[in-house]
Design a protein around this ligand. Structure first.
Ligand code: GTP
Ligand code: MG
Length: 407
């Protein structure tokens, strides 16, 4: 039974401008701010809000707000909500006329939200209400994000056409291929139904694209623990279906954008400069050994390469990754430095072997010009060295993690 009406003169919420920065919440008794993005949901929104209020009043009365963000729907969904907001203080409405898109709508809602926990769910009843209370109790534990998932135990698709299920599945696989570090954190990285602790996003600027907001939160937020809960994803009963092909393209673009912006470019820049110094040391030592010692050619080549590896390790550990290394407690410092040098050496030496094999392969098996083969091989082996050393020798955080740690 809905709590008795409290008359108030609900105004449309002001639409924030500028970047999608989530700020610290103001002091309020609001625990949960649930954003419902809507586009042409006139037939669904009223019932949905009523049922949501009954549900949340039973658990957290006066401690929640539901913010509907409507992109100026032709069916005037926002007007319907404004009417309800007049009667129920916990219902808020934002009408966007200049911006469009589900993901940006959600963030604009979060930007004006007062709650400690930020949530999102669809306004078309494809997301059932029941899991919400359990998600609320789970977010109050150590989970940073609680996701209603279509790919864990107790979850299933109900009445969803095969084509749509295949699209959703293929999108998931694509996510794991292009953005493994993020998409593999959970089974349903494309879910549009989840709660997140605000402190995970405080001070972070999100860069949403298209339809999927959870990926942004997982990639850029300070997310350590994610929990998933199964639910039945049902077909849309009422209202108009929205176009999907465009949002699929946007999704793929979003994956690449998140992948590329996660690369620690400043460090890669330093790494390349150190690599160039290593090349100079290698050539110079090779010349010295050939000119002034009787060492055989292969040994001279190997020794000069090894001296270059030591040079590169010295400068990378001191300059490229100095800040990471310095964070380690003093005592194991030398041991850890030794371990890093060992890993770096093994990866670079295996790179050298790979180098020799690939050049031979290109020249003898594919008649490549030796110099072309050499240049291609240097690029391949450099990528090999960067990926493996960033991952295993220095365990470099993604650019997103670095940014989120700073804020
Ligand atoms: N504000 C806003 N909401 C949107 C937009 N696109 C979809 N929504 C809402 O976002 C919620 C979830 O949308 P989806 O279910 O993913 O997509 P859909 O477009 O509803 O697709 P179908 O459910 O298959 O019709 C629904 O409440 C939509 O009304 C948009 O561009 N702007
Ligand atoms: Mg839908």
């Amino acid at each position: 039974m809905l709590r008795k009406k409290q008359k108030n003169n609900a105004k449309l919420l002001k639409v924030p401008k500028g970047e999608y920065l989530i700020n610290k919440e103001e002091k309020s008794n609001i625990l949960l701010s649930l954003v419902v993005p809507t586009l042409e949901e006139k037939e669904n929104i009223v019932i949905l809000l009523e049922r949501l209020m009954v549900l949340l009043d039973s658990k957290i009365p006066n401690q929640y707000e539901i913010i509907v963000v409507d992109d100026d729907s032709d069916d005037r969904t926002w007007q319907k909500v404004a009417k309800i907001a007049n009667d129920y203080r916990q219902i808020k409405i934002m009408r966007r006329t200049s911006e469009k898109g589900m993901a940006t709508a959600v963030i604009r809602g979060w930007q004006v939200a007062k709650g400690k926990y930020l949530g999102v769910m669809a306004g078309d009843f494809q997301h059932p209400l029941e899991p919400l209370l359990q998600m609320l109790s789970m977010i109050e534990t150590d989970a940073d994000v609680v996701v209603a998932s279509r790919y864990v135990r107790d979850s299933k698709f109900m009445g969803i056409r095969l084509q749509r299920r295949l699209i959703s599945k293929s999108a998931r696989i694509l996510g794991c291929l292009i953005l493994p570090k993020v998409a593999r954190k959970i089974k349903d990285p494309l879910s549009g139904y989840f709660l997140v602790k605000r402190e995970v996003l405080n001070g972070i600027t999100l860069h949403p694209l298209g339809h999927k907001i959870l990926l942004e939160v997982l990639a850029r937020g300070r997310v350590n623990k994610v929990a998933e809960i199964g639910y039945v994803f049902g077909a849309r009963q009422k209202g108009v279906r929205k176009a999907k092909s465009k949002s699929y393209m946007q999704y793929v673009l979003h994956l690449f954008k998140l992948q590329i912006t996660s690369w620690p470019l400043p460090r890669i820049g330093k790494w390349v400069l150190v690599g160039i110094s290593g090349f100079a040391v290698d050539m110079f030592m090779f010349f010295i050994l050939l000119q002034f010692t009787n060492l055989p050619l292969t040994l001279s080549a190997f020794l000069s390469a090894e001296i270059a590896i030591i040079n590169n390790f010295f400068w990378n550990d001191r300059w490229t990754f100095g800040d990471l290394a310095s964070k380690e407690p003093p005592l194991p410092f030398l041991y850890k430095k030794g371990m890093r040098f060992w890993k770096f050496n093994m990866i670079c030496l295996s790179g050298l072997i790979l180098h020799t094999l690939i050049v031979r392969w290109f020249v003898f098996d594919y008649d490549f010009d030796p110099y072309v083969a050499k240049v291609i091989t240097i690029i391949i082996v450099s990528i090999w060295n960067i990926i493996l050393n960033f991952r295993f020798s220095w365990n470099v955080p993604s650019q997103h993690e670095e940014i989120s740690r700073k804020d």
